[in-house]
Ligand binder design. Structure first.
Ligand SMILES: Cc1cc2nc3c(=O)[nH]c(=O)nc-3n(C[C@H](O)[C@H](O)[C@H](O)COP(=O)(O)O)c2cc1C
Length: 172
């Protein structure tokens, strides 16, 4: 799948089949995430990866109370933000977001589905991720991505909106 097709057709997938996600696939996703640009090339991220059923089930309870997404997911990747690695103060959320979007697009290109589950700024989810993955206090759980083969098909949406564009100067 070429890059433009991937980014124009990606959708958030919240239902998964029971087909496993392989270790090489997970490594491709991690590699894509780590390939992201970051301010000053600081790469202020760490990743927690799981394919363990008990751990994935625990995420369903601890991160998104009762949400069946993690119960169906065959894997999950948590991106953690490490301010100590920032090259320029305050840029880590943008850096981690770049990694997150790379991960999502790579999953789609591999035929996998995922969805960005916000964690940072949502105390019960931060606590839940810390508990399930033993994340130390020195880093912050940023966002988590349940992974699997899609059990739902969502059409591509054309979101191009001319009204959001100011060619030249702001049109007011
Ligand atoms: C920063 C961010 C946080 C998000 N948090 C959640 C979330 O907590 N739970 C969820 O189900 N979807 C979450 N999403 C997914 C959005 O709901 C989804 O991207 C949006 O509805 C557009 O749909 P699409 O991804 O299929 O294009 C999040 C997306 C982003 C970018």
């Amino acid at each position: 799948m070429d890059t433009l097709t991937a980014l124009m057709t990606r959708r958030s997938i919240r239902a998964f089949t029971d087909q496993p996600v392989s270790d090489p696939q997970l490594r491709t996703l991690l590699s894509a995430a780590m390939q992201a640009p970051s301010a000053g090339d600081g790469r202020p991220w760490h990743f927690c990866v799981s394919t363990d059923r008990a751990q994935l089930d625990a995420l369903a309870e601890s991160v998104d109370a009762g949400n069946p997404m993690f119960k169906q997911a065959q894997a999950a990747i948590l991106i953690c933000l490490d301010e100590a690695l920032e090259k320029f103060k305050g840029f880590a959320p943008q850096d981690c977001s770049c990694a997150a979007q790379n991960l999502q697009l790579a999953a789609h290109a591999l035929g996998l589905g995922t969805v960005w589950i916000a964690v940072i700024g949502i105390p019960p989810r931060v606590t839940g991720c810390r508990k399930v993955f033993d994340v130390p206090e020195s880093v912050v759980p940023f966002a988590i991505f349940p992974l699997g083969y899609p059990a739902q098909t969502l059409p591509a949406e054309d979101r191009y909106d001319e009204a959001k564009i100011n060619w030249g100067r702001w049109k007011g």
